[in-house]
Design a protein around this ligand. Structure first.
Ligand code: 8Y4
Length: 304
């Protein structure tokens, strides 16, 4: 038996080390031409370079690069297309910015290649369930973000149904993937967990999951969340995708308050400000300090 990975420790990401004793922002650098939130403006290498420079200046600790559109209804992308979209961008981000690059991929063939190119984190929305993905990730020695999803992006929003409370289903799924990773030689110290907001979930599922995010801290691994511009904001506030920033900042702050340590976001400057403000307030609560988050008394049991 190994010790549980300390939540709030430093995470080795290739030649970078990520400080998870405080929350940070993962900036979204989408290189898919059909991404509806950036209109495909960042599919060229030069556009990616300018976008990356901006995200890093705004305080992104990680840049997340994805060559496959994982939005609801999106079609699968052939390996060669994904490789061609992702690898030149990873190369550029590493050589020109020495950035900590995370790659949103489920493709075993690509996992080894992105590690070779200097990526620091594997962000797999399918939690290494594709044949060969566990072994490919194990061989890289990189950390992996395991995310909950039911089914595939193409079909996942067709009436998602859970027999049990969604947070229980999510926790059970993630526990199973953690065990599969450990069995494949990916130690707990390399794992991050993500409930997968918007992936095979109704609005009610997403709201409940955020409200109960703390229940995932029982798994004793760092939490990553991604809610930026997602439909849970659009559905609640009736806003189109370009008017979801205030809603997204509220969600980011709530997630940090409930234990999230990495917030995946499009609007990095404002997200950094929001989570830094929230974090500063949280640190005035003694039991929130020094990574003792999991020992915080249940709300309602404290005297002010
Ligand atoms: C507008 C903009 C509306 C973007 C929807 C979207 C997550 C993720 C995605 C996440 C992790 C997205 C790759 C979906 N979401 N990775 N990836 N967690 N770890 N949709 O929540 O951004 S793509």
């Amino acid at each position: 038996m190994t010790d549980p990975a300390p939540v709030g420790a430093r995470l080795r990401c290739g030649h970078h080390t990520l400080d998870l004793s405080r929350p940070c922002v993962m900036g979204i650098l989408n290189v898919t031409p059909d991404s509806f939130s950036d209109g495909g403006r960042h599919n060229g290498l030069d556009a990616a370079r300018r976008h990356a420079e901006r995200l890093l200046n705004e305080g992104a600790a990680i840049l997340d690069v994805g060559g496959e559109s994982t939005r609801p209804g999106a079609e699968a992308v052939p390996l060669e297309v994904e490789r061609e979209r992702v690898l030149p961008v990873v190369d550029m981000l590493v050589s020109e910015f020495d950035a900590l690059v995370s790659v949103d991929t489920s493709t075993p063939e690509l996992i080894g290649e992105i590690a070779q190119a200097g990526a620091g984190l594997i962000n797999d929305v399918r939690s290494l369930t594709r044949p060969g993905a566990l072994a490919a990730a194990a061989a890289t020695e990189l950390p992996v973000c395991l995310m909950h999803m039911l089914g595939e992006p193409r079909t996942m929003q067709q009436a998602p149904h859970y027999e049990r409370p969604v947070e229980i289903a999510v926790a059970d799924f993630l526990r199973e993937r953690v065990a599969a990773c450990e069995a494949a030689g990916i130690g707990r110290e390399r794992l991050l967990l993500d409930p997968g907001f918007g992936f095979a979930k109704t609005l009610e599922h997403n709201l409940r999951l955020l409200n109960r995010l703390e229940s995932l801290m029982a798994l004793e691994l760092p939490l990553l969340v991604g809610m930026s511009r997602k439909s849970m904001i659009g559905q609640t506030l009736g806003r189109p995708v370009d008017q979801r920033l205030p809603g997204g900042l509220a969600l980011a702050v709530m997630a940090v308050e409930r234990g999230a340590r990495i917030v995946r976001a499009h609007d990095v400057a404002s997200t950094v400000d929001a989570i830094n403000m929230a974090w500063t307030v949280l640190q005035e609560r003694p039991c929130f300090r020094n990574d003792q988050l999991q020992e915080r008394p249940a709300s309602g049991t404290e005297r002010s």
